[in-house]
Design a binder for this molecule. Structure first.
Ligand code: UDX
Ligand code: UDX
Length: 478
């Protein structure tokens, strides 16, 4: 019986491979699809470059003409590891081009990805004014069947809203199809996340659009990447559910870290043991100063806003957001007792401004609230970040920006590590200590070994491992 079963499975597998090969071959005969990406930000530019890498012909358009001029000259306007290389490769192979002419970019497209900003507005709802402007412009220039894809994170129900905008502008329903294709890109690893995704999510009610999207992602389908095909509203919900769950997981470990500081437990050992449970896994269990970025803060708020529109309370996400606001106060709360609760006229060095390592993005970065709180208490700030200082200067113009770690800590009364850059993990603590006026440090990312900090005479604290900060040390290791 077992032999029959195995033979059947093997036959099925070979059959699937044959079908895939035939499909791949048949699709390869078709001319590459013309793809237009509207918005060349952190998501639009990565999407454009990677879809070109998959063999599509991609035209990236942006309202910001300077950005387009820079891109045409090979200047990448954002820091994203590997983006410059993949853009250059595809520009060279003539699969990737740039324009600020949205009308012509629409006319020549088979598929139009909307990847413009959807920032958070005052009441927590996503600001869809840019999306609306693009939808109206698309309606004005539709000259053939178009697949219109929301790549930006848009509130649940936005696909239907875009469809109505286009219908209200006189376009017949059979002239276009709406698709939700949410992105799951982490800044700092966006290229890898796009080229090797856990899944592709496509939401549409149009079979023709689904076929076209499968063709666009054919390269990934040939690698057996999971393809989730559903309706628009479910695809939109999947995106919010993903981000809200991850944000909740982070707030969970942050709150457990705060309890560990009171009980004498070591959150690093706790998180390690937690992560060994396959149902929990080890990812997104690093406690820190709270989550920031252009997505988690905005998307959790937008999900709550949408749920309230339907009269549904999502208590878990509300709690995660509340916990996150409290977590952002932790670095200063940890520093004050080390400085006799007085930072007035003191110099505090801040290492790390980006909301996380490997990005230049400071949107909703915890460093902003930490710095503002220290300034409110009378401290002056010397800041250093390998990539994010240019971005932060627009947010915080009045602090001192330094050229290196050493420059930032020289004559400072204390230092707070806010972002987990490799450069900070490897820094020479004896040198840092010798440059500081007083060897006081808060490690808001738990990237420094407490035993080494002790060795170099630091008075310090971290997140959820206070038990290792006070002498004599309890003997624990992961
Ligand atoms: C955006 C959304 O904000 C986010 O919700 C989604 O998850 C990913 O896409 P991001 O790429 O970081 O995030 O946006 P941003 O970096 O602000 O780039 C948006 C780009 O669109 C900018 O270059 C802007 O100039 C451009 N844009 C904006 C247009 O081309 N046309 C417009 O009408 C508005
Ligand atoms: C996130 C999602 O991961 C991605 O799938 C989605 O498409 C966009 O939003 P991003 O915001 O770029 O990506 O970064 P991410 O790596 O998720 O970190 C988000 C925030 O959580 C950062 O402030 C980071 O420091 C924090 N974080 C992350 C933690 O504090 N602990 C962790 O273990 C992981």
């Amino acid at each position: 019986m077992k032999l029959i079963k195995n033979t059947f499975t093997a036959t099925l597998y070979i059959g699937m491979l044959l079908i895939q090969t035939m499909q791949a071959t048949s699709k390869q005969d078709n001319k590459p699809l013309n793809v237009t990406i509207v918005g060349t930000g952190y998501v639009g530019l990565v999407t454009g470059a990677c879809l070109a890498e998959f063999g599509n012909t991609v035209l990236c358009v942006d309202i910001n003409t300077q950005k387009i001029i820079d891109l045409k000259n090979g200047v990448i306007p954002i820091y994203e590891p590997g983006l410059d290389t993949i853009v250059a490769q595809n520009v060279q192979s003539k699969r990737l081009t740039f324009t600020d002419d949205l009308a012509s970019a629409i006319k020549q497209a088979d598929v139009i990805f909307i990847a413009v900003g959807t920032p958070m507005s005052e009441n927590g709802a996503a600001d869809l004014s840019y999306v609306e402007a693009v939808a109206r412009t698309i309606a004005k220039h539709i000259n053939s069947f178009k697949v219109i894809v929301t790549k930006s994170t848009v509130p649940i129900g936005t696909g239907a809203w875009i469809k109505q905008i286009i219908l209200d502008n006189g376009i017949k329903a059979d002239q276009f199809a709406i698709v939700s294709n949410p992105e799951f890109l982490r800044e700092g690893s966006a290229i890898n996340d796009f080229l090797f995704p856990d899944r592709i999510v496509i939401g549409t009610s149009s079979a023709a659009a689904d076929t076209i999207m499968r063709s666009i992602y054919e390269h990934l389908l040939n690698q057996d990447v999971a393809y989730v095909s559903t309706n628009v509203v479910t695809a939109e919900s999947i995106k919010y559910a993903s981000n809200a769950f991850l944000a909740t997981k982070i707030s969970f470990i942050n709150e457990l870290a705060n309890l560990c500081d009171e009980t004498g437990a070591d959150v690093q050992v706790l998180a390690h043991a937690l992560g060994l449970d396959k149902r929990i896994n080890k990812h997104f269990l690093n406690p820190g100063p709270g989550f920031g970025g252009s997505c988690f803060p905005k998307d959790t708020q937008a999900l709550l806003y949408t749920s309230q529109q339907y009269g549904i309370d999502i208590h878990t996400v509300l709690a995660a957001l509340k916990a996150n606001e409290i977590q952002k106060e932790i670095p200063v709360k940890k520093l004050l007792p080390l400085m006799e609760n007085n930072v007035k006229d003191k110099i505090v060095a801040i290492l790390g401004l980006a909301f996380k390592a490997n990005t230049d993005d400071v949107r909703y970065s915890p460093a902003i609230s930490t710095i503002n709180k220290l300034i409110e208490y009378g401290a002056s700030i010397r800041a250093y970040d390998p990539q994010a200082m240019k971005s932060m200067k627009t947010e915080l113009p009045n602090i001192t920006y330094c050229t290196s770690i050493a420059d930032a800590v020289t004559n400072a009364d204390a230092v707070i590590v806010m972002t987990e850059w490799d450069e900070f993990k490897a820094m020479d603590l004896e040198l840092i200590g010798s440059l500081l006026k007083t060897r006081i440090l808060v490690d808001a990312r738990n990237i420094l070994d407490p035993s080494i900090l002790h060795k170099h005479g630091f008075i310090f604290d971290n997140i959820g491992r206070s038990c290792l900060c006070k002498l004599p040390l309890r003997n624990m290791s992961v």
